[in-house]
Structures are given as C-alpha cells and as structure tokens.
Design a protein around this ligand. Structure first.
Ligand SMILES: C[S@@+](CC[C@H](N)C(=O)[O-])C[C@H]1O[C@@H](n2cnc3c(N)ncnc32)[C@H](O)[C@@H]1O
Length: 264
C-alpha cells in the first residue's frame, strides 16, 4: 500500500516510541525482579519494632532501616549490653531498637539530641506507646556539653550509636570521651559511615585505639544485602559500621604515650 511520506514518518515515530517504552518496561521489570531477589529479609523477633515504627512513620524522616535495626538488635544480644547511649534521637526509631534489645536485661537507653517540640515528642511517643519511657533518658542539649557531662559523672556504657553531628572535629571531640565511657568488649556503631569524616573517625579507632570491626555476616548482613546497598547507594562504602572496643582504655597507645601522633 502506498503511503505518503508524512504518514510514513509518523508510523516510524510511533514504532520507535513503542519499542522504547517496551524496552523501558523490560528494564523496569528486571530492576524490580533484582530488587525483590536482593531485598533484606528482617528478623522475626524485630517485627513488632518495625510495626511500631510503620504506625508512626512520616515521609522524609530519618527512620532506621530494618537491616540496620537488626544489626543493632543482634549486636546488643551478642555483647549482652545493658547501658546504651546514642547521639541523635529524632524519630526515636534507633532508641526503640536498642530499648527492645536491652529490655530483658533491665537495660537503659540515653539519647542526646537537639530536637525540641514536635521533633522530639514524636520519638518520645514512639517509646512510650511501646512501654519504654521508663527505660529512656532524653538529653536535649548539644552533645559538646552533654558528652563531657556524662563523662564527668563517671557514666559507663556497653553500646554507643553515633548518629548526631558528623563533622570530623565534632566526632573526634565526642570520641575522646566516648572511648573512655565505653566498656571493653562493648560496641560502637556509626551511621552514615560513607561520609569522609565518619570514615576518618573509624580509622582512628581501628588503627590507634585497638577497635576491631565486627564480622557483618554474623548479624544478617548478607552478601545479597551488601550488593543491594552498593547498587542503591552507588558507593562501595558501607552505610553503617560497627566496631568492638577490644583494648582497655589504659592500654591504648594514644592514652599511654604522650609522644604518640599519627595522621588519621
Ligand atoms: C539523623 S538524626 C538521628 C536519627 C535517629 N537515629 C532516628 O532513629 O531517628 C540526627 C540527630 O542528631 C541530632 N544532633 C545533631 N547535631 C547535634 C549536636 N551537636 N548535639 C546533639 N545532637 C545533635 C539531631 O537533633 C538529630 O536528633
């Protein structure tokens, strides 16, 4: 059949668009299939925590992801932690994971934050709705004051979650005190560990203070999850990292040797 030139061009255009949209559809299906295959399967034990968070969830707020929450939960079981400290509170989601994990041992969680008003009441409600108010202490001042005060009050912790202000100087200031408040065998977990400042803080703890990084596969951090994280964050740096304090404070080189200095 003879078709005028303009109709041929329209037909070619329609064909090209159809082909392109079929290709996009195929890519979309493939992406969904891969995402479903790599999707993290959370712990059954932590299902009530996820449900409680889901009930309160507001879009755009920094809720703890199930895989990170499970790491906090399992690590706390492993080290038999009781006293927890966190920098950053906001939604209360990480405080809820920690409170749940230490409840059986009558443990406590302290959160330091700058959140006030609505930003803090939502997190407080999350904890009180789940019966954890009595186990939780909220310190709403800058950590540059709160952390030295906890140190001077001779407080000790088994577990510390770092998710507050993450400039290098601020982290180093916090770590100076936190290292001494954390008991040997206790754990410290850093959120946003892809950030250069957080990576430098971790290097310092590992190289000079004798901290050891956990074996992630022991805490459900599977190869599949790792691949998912790499593909979605487009970086090889882990989104969160956990270390164990393996050397007593008095035996750590920078504490013993006043000539000690190495760049981080
Ligand atoms: C990413 S949010 C923490 C999210 C929290 N882990 C959760 O589960 O929702 C960062 C937190 O750091 C706190 N923060 C930031 N700078 C701070 C500072 N200098 N002192 C104390 N808290 C600080 C904020 O108030 C906020 O609660």
């Amino acid at each position: 059949m003879f078709l005028p030139q303009w109709r041929l061009s329209v037909r070619n255009l329609v064909n090209a668009i159809t082909k392109q949209s079929q290709q996009k559809q195929r890519q979309f299906i493939l992406k969904r299939y891969v995402a479903e295959y790599l999707r993290y399967r959370p712990l059954l034990e932590t299902a009530p925590i996820r449900e409680a968070i889901e009930k309160m969830r507001l879009p755009g707020y920094p809720y703890c992801h199930p895989e990170e929450g499970d790491l906090l939960y399992l690590l706390l079981q492993e080290i038999e932690g009781e006293a927890c400290l966190e920098m950053g509170f906001h939604t209360g989601s990480t405080a809820l994971y920690m409170s749940n994990a230490v409840a059986a041992r009558d443990g406590r969680v302290t959160s330091v934050c700058l959140d006030v008003g609505k930003d803090a009441t939502r997190g407080k409600k999350l904890l009180s709705d789940n019966g954890f108010s009595a186990r939780h202490r909220l310190i709403q001042i800058n950590s540059n004051r709160a952390v030295p005060e906890l140190f001077l009050a001779n407080e000790k912790f088994d577990f510390i979650f770092m998710d507050g202000w993450k400039t290098l100087d601020h982290l180093m200031m916090e770590l100076y005190y936190i290292n001494q408040m954390l008991r040997t065998g206790g754990a410290i977990v850093f959120d946003d560990s892809f950030m250069p400042s957080v990576r430098a803080a971790i290097r310092l703890l590992k190289r000079y203070y004798g901290y050891t990084e956990v074996d992630y596969k022991m805490y459900r951090q599977t190869k599949k999850l790792r691949l998912f994280q790499i593909l979605t964050s487009r970086t090889l740096y882990r989104p969160y990292r956990a270390l164990i304090k393996s050397v007593d404070t008095e035996a750590q080189i920078p504490i013993r040797d006043w000539h000690f200095y190495r760049p981080v």
